[in-house]
Ligand binder design. Structure first.
Ligand SMILES: Cc1ncc(C[n+]2csc(CCOP(=O)(O)OP(=O)(O)O)c2C)c(N)n1
Ligand code: SF4
Ligand SMILES: [Mg+2]
Length: 280
């Protein structure tokens, strides 16, 4: 974090051992480094939803907007459209944005709005005490499913790839060095970036041991080859017992929405062919 102090007066109420601390400390370190490098602090805006994760807005001393459950993404989009000079980072829950707000996520990825969305994916509703979410595994036993869920989870990275996201990555709350690296790269990416963080909820779904045994870091794969990336994304489907890859899965440059939207000249200059080739 260097010399930049981003602490606030708010009392932290997360459970001891919660994976949210790793996200908080990693992002504070990244913001601190950006500010030290000369990026103006007043141009950073964070947005959160509703859930345990959302309290992060109270714990970082930058501009923030504490929004509604499921509405992190549209608030980020609106801020970015109003002022494209801002760096807009949204912190959302898995219930929050893979559930209630999913359609917003899909369309922000499709439009390639230049925002960064970080998902605190603890695969459970933490704040409301342990119900299942779209990424809970089959058979998950929680408050609303005492005999176990009968649904398979979604693979959010696969969904993001098919929706057109131009940066897709995954980290865990047990690996802060990698998390910092991914956060920085995602924030600097020009276009829609998603970071799915396997954030452990020690109280309702403690997966530290499970993840520690399975995670490995991605190395040297072709970040722009759609089919190879898809195969890598499908290796772990949030339900099977395979190894779990971490790092950046996909990265591609393509025109961002806010400039195409704002500047008619750029809009007419968009090369349709380039856009069509984008999925090749
Ligand atoms: C519109 C709306 N729907 C539902 C709720 C109730 N609610 C609050 S938090 C929450 C779930 C939080 O789960 P998640 O988004 O995964 O966040 P976590 O607590 O796990 O960080 C729900 C259903 C709400 N506050 N507002
Ligand atoms: S309930 Fe889970 S997600 Fe919420 S603060 Fe506690 S450990 Fe963290
Ligand atoms: Mg959750």
């Amino acid at each position: 974090m260097g010399n930049v102090n981003l602490a606030t007066y708010a009392k932290n109420t997360w459970c001891p051992g919660c994976g949210n601390f790793a996200i908080l400390n990693s992002i504070k370190a990244v913001f601190g480094a950006l500010i030290e490098e000369g990026f103006p602090k007043e141009k950073i805006v964070i947005v959160s939803g509703i859930g345990c994760h959302a309290k992060i807005a109270d714990y970082i001393n930058v501009n923030s907007f504490y929004s509604l459950h499921g509405r992190v993404v549209p608030v980020c989009e609106a801020i970015k459209l109003a002022n494209p000079d801002l760096k807009v980072i949204g912190f959302a829950g898995d219930g929050d944005t893979y559930g209630e707000g999913l359609e917003h996520l899909i369309f922000a990825a499709k439009r390639n709005v230049d925002i960064n969305i970080i998902i605190h994916n603890n695969r459970v509703y933490g704040l409301t005490t342990g119900q299942y979410t779209p990424t809970s595994p089959l058979g998950f036993k929680g408050r609303s499913t005492p005999k176990g869920t009968t649904e398979y989870p979604i693979n959010p990275l696969e969904l993001m790839l098919s929706s057109g996201a131009s940066f897709i990555s995954r980290g865990t709350s047990h690996g802060m060095e990698l998390l910092k690296k991914i956060f920085k790269e995602a924030i600097m990416h020009k276009g829609f970036s998603l970071v799915d963080v396997l954030q452990v909820c020690v109280t309702y779904y403690n997966m530290y041991e499970y993840y520690d045994k399975r995670v490995y870091e991605l190395e040297g794969h072709d970040l722009a080859d759609y089919n190879k990336v898809l195969a890598k994304i499908r290796e772990w489907d949030y339900n099977n017992d395979s190894k779990i890859a971490l790092g950046v899965f996909y990265k591609k440059e393509r025109p961002v929405f806010e400039y195409a939207f704002k500047d008619k000249k750029i809009n007419t200059d968009l090369k349709i062919k380039e856009l069509l080739n984008d999925r090749a």
